[in-house]
Ligand binder design. Sequence first.
Ligand code: 5GP
Ligand code: ZN
Length: 109
Amino acid sequence: MEECIFCKIAMGETSSEKVFESDDFIVIKDANPKVEGHLLVIPKKHYRDFLDMPPELYEKLLMTARETVDKIGVKEFNLIMNNGKFAGQVIDHAHLHILPRKEDDGFRI
Ligand code: 5GP
Ligand code: ZN
């Protein structure tokens, strides 16, 4: 998967702003944030999307999201995962968006 940008980020071959890391995931700032503080929870191993991930990782994915929002002190946020082209997935390496929300921030799902 040497052409995958998130694999390169996970391996440290491409730079990113890492805000948290667990055994199986890294959490980085989105390069093109939709809201202030937009983060991505990315499995270190390559999986195409949610369905491609082993179900044993689902709890760890959400726990990593939980530990991240606790760490940064965010209380209001959306968790969004785009799976497949028609669902808006652009990067074909599974990732969970953390979108901190503020009043009148203009973001619409
Ligand atoms: P998707 O639409 O696939 O769910 O979201 C992909 C996200 O990855 C987008 O929000 C986009 O801004 C972000 N992104 C794409 N390339 C890079 C990159 O090289 N670095 C980082 N940090 N984010 C990226
Ligand atoms: Zn990948």
